[in-house]
Design a protein around this ligand. Structure first.
Ligand code: F0G
Length: 424
């Protein structure tokens, strides 16, 4: 194996692919690739050639970068393929947030409609390589949708734990449709996360939350593909939402690896955006503490309704390495930003639009310069959460203002009715 595992806290190392998610000391683990060995063997031209190849692994926006993901035999790789998402130019959103230009990487265009597919192909591949037959996760919806689909593909039993009544309908539908055994627990996501870790330890079930280091490896490819989309030009900023904090941990790890390999000549800065009602990282970062205090989380962006994120240590380490910042936005700001993203014809779920609300805030505060080269990541598809969309446009979301509402009108069924409506 050309990689090993290392503890984020005490540095203890473990051999490559193991059924282990945490160090004996309790901290999370990193996959450490042998970058010295890889140096000089990889080039951006190799990745570009693979992008137009018809090979099964090359077609994946994750496995195209396989040397930096997971060193396994191709037959073990469970891929759909994933990635290859659009990087949209969003000029109207740019002017709304106060930037000259803005690119939005739409990870909601992955096979199950969210960025989770990149991490999941890594995690389910590791599961297959380890001979796992049962996999499990706690989820605010997207992880469970993704895991259910990849487990179905790989012929594994999927066990899903979700907070009852707190996940969007599109996501619940997916877990059921893909055949996952789904438990709606009476606690919140953080409680579900604790439960599933204990269950997996006791029963030998393979855990597929982002505490699993191989999930993080697949997730890194989000950054690799952004750079590839940009012809390997490094943007000034990459901005993304933060919940359980796996995605930003992955992004910074991947960037640091590309930099160490000499494949990029500078690092981007990173901004993580949290919902104000679910902001433990924002609070810890603002207080410059090394400890994270859990919060009781509440936001209408249910995907990021998380008060005790598992990957917080990796997240802070990555933020420091990328000269990053953390900001928070209100649910009203998220809804307004969503109306802009949707109205530009791009569309994304609420948590994704925290990205755009966060950019607006950081530009207003002078942290991001108006002429900066900024890429925002949209993490989930518009169709994941139709209730919020319809509620917003019909102005029925209690306590919120639907500033950009586009309400449907009830009309009669004659041509005269239609014409009157058209003129009205
Ligand atoms: N955006 C969306 C749409 C998400 O579903 C999530 C997390 C995030 C952002 C935050 O990413 O956790 O890596 O910081 N969803 C998880 C889930 C927790 O269970 O689907 P993160």
């Amino acid at each position: 194996m050309s990689f090993h595992l290392a503890c984020v806290g005490c540095g203890t190392t473990y051999d490559g692919l193991k059924l282990r998610y945490r160090c004996d000391c309790g901290e999370t683990l990193d996959v450490i690739h042998d970058l010295e060995r890889l140096k000089g063997t990889l080039s951006t031209a190799t990745f570009d050639a693979r992008r137009i190849s018809r090979d099964r692994l090359d077609k994946s926006g994750v496995w195209r970068f396989r040397e930096l993901i997971l060193d396994v035999a191709p037959e073990h790789v469970v891929t759909k393929p994933e990635g290859n998402t659009n990087l949209y130019d969003a000029p109207r959103v740019a002017s709304w947030v106060g930037l000259d230009a803005l690119a939005l990487k739409h990870e909601g265009e992955n096979p199950t409609g969210s960025f989770k597919d990149r991490g999941m192909t890594g995690g389910v591949t590791a599961a297959k390589r380890l001979g796992a037959t049962r996999v499990a996760c706690a989820s605010t919806g997207n992880t469970s949708a993704s895991m259910a689909s990849y487990a179905a593909q790989a012929g594994m039993e999927a066990l899903v734990f979700i907070p009852d009544g707190e996940i969007a309908y599109g996501k619940l539908s997916q877990a059921l449709a893909y055949g996952a055994r789904t438990a709606q627990i009476s606690g919140d996501f953080d409680k579900a996360m604790e439960l599933v870790q204990d269950l997996c330890n006791d029963e030998g079930i393979y855990l597929l939350n982002s505490v699993n280091p191989f999930r993080i490896e697949g997730q890194k490819a989000i950054g690799f593909e952004i750079l590839q989309d940009l012809g390997w030009q490094v943007p000034d900023w990459i901005v993304l939402p933060g919940g359980n904090l796996g995605n930003n941990s992955a992004l910074s790890k991947g960037m640091a690896e590309l930099y160490a390999l000499g494949l990029i000549d500078k690092l981007p800065r990173m901004a993580v955006v949290q919902a104000a009602g679910a902001n433990p990282l924002y609070k810890a970062f603002a207080a410059e503490t090394v400890e994270l205090e859990r919060v009781s989380a509440k936001t209408l962006a249910t995907a990021i309704q998380i008060g005790n994120p598992v990957s917080w240590k990796k997240s802070i380490r990555g933020l420091l390495a990328l000269d990053g910042v953390v900001t928070e936005v209100t649910d009203q700001e998220i809804l307004d930003a969503k109306a802009q993203v949707d109205g530009q014809g791009i569309g994304a779920e609420p948590a994704s639009c925290a990205t755009v609300a966060g950019i607006k805030r950081l530009v207003a505060e002078g942290v991001i310069a108006p002429d900066a080269h900024v890429v925002g990541i949209l993490t989930g598809n518009l169709l994941k959460d139709p209730d919020i969309v319809v509620g917003y446009h019909k102005s029925t979301l209690e306590g919120f203002t639907s500033t950009y509402a586009n309400a449907p009108t009830r009309i009669g069924s004659t041509l005269a009715d239609v014409k009157a409506w058209l003129e009205g």
